[in-house]
Structure formats: structure tokens, C-alpha cells
Write a protein that binds this ligand. Structure first.
Ligand code: SF4
Length: 340
């Protein structure tokens, strides 16, 4: 669970019930500084002279705000729209895509006008009917660590549970899922957990939940009939990777409920980086040992107009066969969405 040292309430946020609820929750905490901002410009309130300092200070700040623009970003190809509930994350993973996207806005921002956001979701569903519309709740965040304060995910899950044509999904590296256990999801929400080997977590993730508690959380949600998926990413091909990823999959198999025929979705993504990401990561984590040597990688033009450095064709094909064989061996009911 996220424990901020500062909570900033943007202008207008206390006019909403959720904003006041969060305010009442934190005003009792003597070690949390509360700022009622007179505008929505939070950047100047983050202490620090440079990106390194601002990143570390910002990661301890919770911003409570109102989502002004209700034009949802597209989330192709994996979902139709991003659902803007939360942005940012308390974690400090060295490889995180948010480092590049939100480098200068490292704080966690929760939106309090959830009813307005859901009314907008309803409009998008109407536009696409009779087709299903899928909303992604974690495109720019990990929404779970703030759930104990907001219960937003629970409300959103129940909202989509009541719609005929709306589906919801999000991904997390955390285990604060208690409020979701009793939510009436009606099979319309998929919760995905992002996993990695003990070595990758120890070397490159900071302030995330352990892999064991993530899998335990997944098992508890599977018991409540949620659709469950696992994203194994980024796969890093270090000495001994096969043994470590095999052990991860074996533990996963063992810890998931054995008494139910659950279909597990898998997404496997190899490590890749862009020149921009490398530059940002080196500013925030100057001592990083993340493998980002361009000469050992293949340069590939991406669909969004910038290139990225991926593993070589031979490495990728070896990784692909490894995961195909191991997933087939261990999981009878599964859908492998992609191994890339
Ligand atoms: Fe990024 Fe996920 Fe790590 Fe948060 S937990 S810093 S969103 S990779």
C-alpha cells in the first residue's frame, strides 16, 4: 500500500465526496503533509533540483485531482480505451515505461470525479454498440497501491459488472486486493499480475510486492472467479534465465487454485529499450546495471515512429520456444496471447 509523505489536493478536488474522504483520511496522520493547492500546477511543488531528486521526492507524493479532459486516449491494440482513474505509481522499477512517459511527473495522481469518468465510458460504449468495448485501467499507472484509500477499482469493477457491453482490465505488481474480493464483477473484469524472476525483482524493481504475494493475490481473485492473466515482463536473458523462469512458472502452477478449471492468460514480453528511455533511466538510476548495450541488440522501428533495441532474432526465437514448451508442460487451460 502506498504511504505518501505529502498529499496535494488540487483546486476543486475537495468538492467531490471522494476528495473529502481522502482528506479526512490523511488529516489524522501527523507525519503526512497536506497541501491545498490553489491551481492544478503540481510540478513546482515537487522538491528537487534535477530529475534524480524530483523522481525520488515525487514518488512519495499523492496528488488528488479532477480529470478535466474527458476525451479518453486510445489503447490499441490491447484495449479500446484507457480509463483514466490513476496516473503514476509508487514503485521505482528501473525499466518502467513510466520513467520515460512521466519522468517529470513521478507522483501518483488519483482522480476523484469517477462518476463523470464512468459517464464518459458509457458514451464510448454506446458509440460502439453492439460491439464490446474494453477499457484498460493501468495504461499509465499501477492502480492497486492507492485502492485502500479510494476503493475506486472496486466501484469501477461493479460498474462494468452491471454493463452489458463494457469490459475492464488492469495490471499490477501489488497485492492490496482485499476490497476487490467481494466486488460483483460478473466476469467482466480481468486482473493481470506482472511477474518476474527473483533476480530481476531484486536487481531492478524497488518498492514493489514480492512475487509470492502477487501470486497469492492472483489465487485469491481466481477463487472469486475473476479472469486472471499474467504478464511476464521484461524477460531478461541473463546467465541462468531458463532455470529462473522455469522455477517462476512452476511456483505459479503450484500456487494457483488446483480445484478449479481456470483459463489463465499469458503475455510474455522480452526486454527492449529506446534511446530516450535509456537516457532517462541513466539520469534517474545512474548506477543501473540494466542491460542496455545497443551493440548486443537489434534495432527495430516501432509502430509509433521511434526505434527500439530488442534482443537478436536468435535470442528471441530461443526465448519463444522456451516459454511455449514450459507453458504447455505446466498449464492445461491457458491462452498465450503473445510472446514477443
Ligand atoms: Fe512501473 Fe509497474 Fe514498477 Fe510501478 S510497479 S514503477 S508501473 S513497472
Amino acid at each position: 500500500m502506498f504511504v505518501p509523505n505529502t498529499v496535494i489536493f488540487e483546486k476543486g478536488s475537495l468538492d467531490y465526496a471522494l476528495g473529502s474522504q481522502i482528506y479526512d483520511r490523511f488529516k489524522k496522520e501527523s507525519n503526512v503533509k497536506i497541501i491545498e493547492a490553489s491551481s492544478n500546477r503540481v510540478g513546482p511543488l515537487i522538491p528537487g533540483e534535477n530529475m534524480y531528486e524530483k523522481y525520488r521526492a515525487g514518488k512519495k507524493i499523492l496528488v488528488v485531482g479532477v480529470k478535466k479532459s474527458l476525451r479518453f486516449e486510445s489503447c490499441k491494440p490491447s484495449a479500446h480505451y484507457q480509463l483514466p482513474l490513476v496516473s503514476g505509481c509508487m514503485g521505482q522499477c528501473e525499466y518502467c515505461y513510466l520513467n520515460t512517459q512521466l519522468g517529470d511527473k513521478p507522483f501518483v495522481r488519483v482522480h476523484v470525479n469517477i462518476d463523470e469518468i464512468l459517464s464518459q465510458a458509457e458514451k464510448y460504449m454506446q458509440e460502439r454498440k453492439p460491439d464490446i468495448t474494453l477499457f484498460e485501467g493501468a495504461a499509465t499507472s499501477d492502480p492497486i497501491p492507492v485502492e485502500p484509500y479510494t476503493h475506486t477499482l472496486k466501484n469501477v469493477i461493479e460498474y462494468f459488472g452491471n454493463t452489458e457491453l463494457g469490459r475492464f482490465r488492469f495490471v499490477t505488481k501489488y497485492n492490496d486486493i482485499d476490497s476487490l474480493l467481494e466486488a460483483k464483477h460478473n466476469g467482466h473484469t480481468t486482473v493481470r499480475f506482472s511477474l518476474n524472476t527473483e533476480k530481476v525483482i531484486k536487481d531492478y524493481e524497488h518498492f514493489t510486492s514480492s512475487v509470492k504475494t502477487r501470486i497469492e493475490a492472483a489465487a485469491r481473485l481466481a477463487d472469486k472467479d475473476y479472469n486472471i492473466g499474467f504478464i511476464i515482463a521484461p524477460v531478461l536473458l541473463y546467465a541462468g534465465w531458463r532455470d529462473d523462469y522455469r522455477r517462476l512458472l512452476e511456483n505459479l502452477k503450484e500456487m494457483m487454485p488446483q480445484n478449479k478449471a481456470i483459463t489463465i492468460h499469458f503475455e510474455i514480453i522480452s526486454h527492449r529499450f529506446t534511446a530516450k528511455a535509456k537516457n532517462t533511466i541513466l539520469q534517474i538510476f545512474p548506477e543501473t546495471t540494466l542491460p542496455m548495450n545497443e551493440e548486443e541488440r537489434k534495432f527495430k522501428y516501432g509502430q509509433f515512429g521511434y526505434g527500439k533495441y530488442v534482443y537478436t532474432k536468435e535470442d528471441l526465437s530461443e526465448m519463444k520456444s522456451f516459454f511455449e514448451v514450459e507453458l504447455d508442460r505446466l498449464f492445461e487451460n491457458k491462452i498465450i496471447q503473445y510472446i514477443i
